[in-house]
Design a protein around this ligand. Structure first.
Ligand SMILES: [Zn+2]
Length: 309
């Protein structure tokens, strides 16, 4: 039975990588785990007294943009205090020596960019905390890789106990819970005087001058960046894929979940780097041709990606 499972032979993996030309990596939160960042996802995804999954919506931004901005300003601040770890650097180095290696990342933390991962080979499926775009979709303005902290004077997080955040109630809360489920989007509309930061003080779009600027992350209920998705589809369609590395993610969310199967159909071996060797999500069903490296990606990846002479 043991012979049917995936290999954990690092030399065999290096030989496969050396003979590979077209390679994908699908990255998730586990890539950044040892950099110490909270993703505010899943159970317990609370920020102050707010459910992070409620704040990460266009509806919450429309209702109280200052509150949502403070949440993201806080996350930008924390991400800038964190440092890229050896796994980010190892992937960036691999990208430099392998032109047809693309890293598809679900992370918004900017750490791969700060590890100097070549931008043409880094596809951010969920956008970035450090992209700033216009809330008016018809405008289309976007600024990439703005690492200013704070992004705007009104959004400075001066202390962990910023009173502006305590003053704001829980978003989307309505007095009538049954009606709230149906009409939460409209019925809880606040007047501008209830807003955490007056709209006039928030950053506005330098292009259309009327729209508010917003974080360039993909919020719940929003489509993934169309150009990014079509670039990835074109890359996959161009030819066989030799290898897909699945790093720190169970990749159960579409379309990330589909990339493992698509790559397999294009001939790819699968190599999983994950702290949990039991729950592999979309990468389950590894065969004896595939690889599984259990552990912190910051430890397993640099050694696996080391250049062979
Ligand atoms: Zn605009």
């Amino acid at each position: 039975m043991a012979s049917q499972g995936p290999s954990s032979d690092i030399e065999a993996f290096r030989t496969l990588l050396k003979g590979s030309k077209r390679v994908l990596a699908l990255c998730g939160a586990g890539l950044s785990a040892s950099s110490g960042l909270s993703t505010f996802r899943g159970a317990g995804g609370m920020w102050r007294n707010h459910d992070a999954t409620v704040l990460a919506t266009p509806e919450a931004f429309a209702e109280d943009p200052g509150l949502v901005w403070l949440f993201y300003s806080y996350r930008r601040h924390k991400a800038l205090q964190a440092e890229p770890n050896p796994a980010h650097y190892a992937l960036a180095e691999l990208a430099r020596r392998m032109p047809e290696f693309w890293c598809l990342s679900q992370n918004v933390d900017g750490l791969s960019t700060r590890a100097a991962h070549p931008s043409a080979q880094l596809k951010l499926l969920h956008g970035s905390l450090f992209d700033i775009k216009c809330f008016n979709e018809r405008c289309g303005y976007i600024e990439r890789d703005n690492f200013n902290d704070p992004v705007h004077p009104s959004l400075a997080i001066t202390s962990e106990e910023d009173p502006r955040m305590d003053a704001a109630g829980t978003t989307n809360e309505t007095s009538d819970s049954s009606a709230g489920a149906q009409n939460g989007r409209n019925s809880s509309k606040r007047s501008s005087t209830d807003q955490t930061i007056p709209t006039s003080q928030l950053p506005h779009c330098p292009s259309c001058r009327t729209g508010l600027l917003r974080p360039g992350v993909v919020w719940f209920g929003e489509a993934l960046p169309v150009n990014t998705i079509s670039e990835i589809s074109n890359f996959i369609a161009r030819g066989p894929i030799d290898l897909i590395m699945v790093i720190g993610t169970t990749a159960t969310v579409y379309p990330a979940a589909g990339y493992v199967d698509v790559a397999r159909r294009k001939g790819a071996k699968v190599a999983v780097f994950n702290v949990d060797g039991a729950d592999l999500g979309s990468a389950t069903g590894l065969g004896k041709e595939d690889f599984l490296f259990v552990g912190d990606a910051a430890e397993t990846l640099p050694s696996a990606l080391k250049e062979m002479k």
